[in-house]
Write a protein that binds this ligand. Structure first.
Ligand SMILES: Cc1cc2nc3c(=O)[nH]c(=O)nc-3n(C[C@H](O)[C@H](O)[C@H](O)COP(=O)(O)OP(=O)(O)OC[C@H]3O[C@@H](n4cnc5c(N)ncnc54)[C@H](O)[C@@H]3O)c2cc1C
Length: 462
């Protein structure tokens, strides 16, 4: 088994979330929602680089590489019938400003770069967003030192125009919100990341890139180079539901961006299985349409440093809905969006992993409370009332869900930063894996893509 070479290593840290004021910047869609990626059956096709995974990270990376190398051949292989079907199409839709992340981490750097790149891309490509801002609100005295720490951290990360507000100024931005103090981030925004991913895909295809959907990668193999060399030594095989004369692609190099399956793709190519992905489902509540005026923008709690992804928030959507939540509960199926979804393979995989058992033992109380709030809307609303006391249980209905790919090490620590790997050996040394791309990877997608394209150029000498 090949030992992976780490580009980036773990660095556990805090992620938070927050809320906002306005500065609308809506644009027209120009039919991007209607984009469809054709099942391009390039039988026995040969490519310079194959990207596996048609989420926002895979599509941004494919686009960036094609822009830089218009004469090389690139293909994206996606197991679903459409791109952006999983995390990139099931998230809060927040354009994070970069406040929460450990200064110097990849998350901090790539989020702050990514947010600028994303706004610029959306302006140039007529993708609607709303730079509505965000408030991170302290409701208990004990939270104030952590909130002050966040402001300092955001400033260290280079986030622009952050301000500490008192109760009166909080009310000016959010009349229904109560808080002792709040950090205001005016450049936080909201967007539909599915639309962004589709747009990356359209640009990629327009430049001559190929997208092959309904292609689940099941095997990699390599042909050893002979004296004369072999042009396309890596063979990728796959399966799918639809008819295809062959699901086989040959290429020189591979980049995997497999989201909830990033560890399995790494293992398939002989790389280390760890960090392991454990799926955590997040269920949202929806404000009833007649109640969406209860909030103007994003309202987030001061995060608990032990559980960066916990903490329900109010998030307006670009279509006018308002989502509340999400909670975080262990999912028994990767990509399982309903409470009842179950996969024996995924469940066995999760519970047999010592990292998850250690995490569960250390945090049993938190886990049970999160599950309880998943079942009990009133309990979830009670948490939200800390920020908006006038919110009632009758104001909300159950909403959609998303599943986070949470990377864990074998000691049960959450792997917080983005992680990229290249293996060794004939096969492993031709594959770069995006191992961990949690939030804010959607915000950071264009910056991640630049970094991955640099790594591909430097490692594979494109
Ligand atoms: C509930 C939730 C809320 C979030 N909120 C935000 C937010 O507000 N802001 C933000 O910036 N980020 C947010 N995120 C994080 C963000 O959505 C993810 O970081 C980002 O979407 C990751 O993109 P990806 O391309 O790596 O993964 P994905 O979008 O999951 O894409 C991976 C793709 O790989 C494909 N794939 C997997 N295995 C194979 C295989 N064997 N063969 C072929 N294809 C394969 C999958 O089908 C999938 O399409 C949130 C995430 C969740 C879950």
């Amino acid at each position: 088994m090949a030992a992976p070479m780490k580009f980036a290593r773990l660095s556990c840290q805090t992620q938070i979330k927050s809320f906002c004021a306005f500065s609308c910047n809506k644009k027209n869609l120009n039919g991007i929602h209607k984009a469809r990626f054709i099942h391009n059956d390039h039988n026995g096709g040969e490519y310079d680089v194959a990207v596996i995974g048609g989420g926002i990270v895979g599509m941004a990376t494919a686009r960036e590489m094609k822009v830089r190398h218009p004469n090389l051949l690139f293909i994206v292989l996606e197991k679903e019938k459409e791109i952006s079907h999983h995390q990139s199409g099931h998230n809060s839709g927040v354009i994070h400003a970069g406040i929460y992340y450990t200064p110097g981490s990849l998350k901090a750097k790539l989020c702050v770069q990514g947010v600028e790149l994303l706004y610029d891309y959306c302006d140039k490509n007529n993708i609607p967003y709303n730079k509505c801002g965000k408030l991170i609100v302290a409701v208990e005295k004990e939270e104030i030192p952590r909130l002050e720490g966040l402001l300092e951290r955001g400033n260290q990360n280079g986030v622009k125009d952050l301000r500490m507000l008192g109760p009166k100024e909080i009310k000016e931005i959010e009349p229904n919100c109560e808080g002792l103090k709040a950090v205001h981030s005016p450049h936080t925004g909201i967007i539909d990341y599915k639309v962004v991913t589709q747009s990356y895909g359209q640009t990629f295809e327009k430049l001559g890139g190929h997208v092959y959907t309904d292609f689940e990668v099941t095997d990699f193999s390599v042909t050893k180079e002979s004296g004369h060399g072999i042009d396309y030594p890596v063979t990728i095989r796959g399966s799918g539901e639809g008819k295809a004369s062959s699901r086989e692609v040959k290429c020189k190099y591979v980049v995997t961006c497999g989201g909830l399956f990033s560890d399995r793709l790494a293992e398939l190519s002989g790389c280390n299985r760890e960090p392991r992905i454990v799926p955590f489902r997040g269920d949202y509540l929806l404000l009833k349409p007649e109640k969406t005026n209860l909030v103007n923008g994003n309202i987030y709690p001061v995060p608990n440093p032990l559980f960066p992804f916990l903490g329900v928030h109010f998030t307006p959507r670009i279509n006018g809905d308002v989502w509340l939540g999400p909670n975080a509960v262990l999912a028994f199926k990767r990509e399982g969006y309903r409470l009842t979804d179950f996969s024996a393979t995924d469940a066995k995989d999760a519970v047999s992993f010592r990292g998850l058992r250690k995490l569960a033992m250390r945090n049993l109380g938190f886990g049970i409370k999160e599950m309880y709030r998943g079942f009990n809307i009133a309990a979830q609303v009670k948490l939200l009332q800390r920020y908006v006391p006038s919110l009632k249980v009758s104001d909300v209905t159950r909403g959609p869900s998303g599943v986070r790919a949470q990377a864990l090490d074998r000691d049960g620590n959450l792997v917080d930063d983005f992680v990229f790997d290249v293996g060794v050996g004939e096969l492993g040394s031709r594959i770069l894996h995006v191992r961990n791309a949690p939030s804010p990877a959607a915000t950071s997608s264009l910056a991640i893509a630049k970094m991955v394209a640099d790594k591909v150029e430097n490692t594979f000498h494109l």
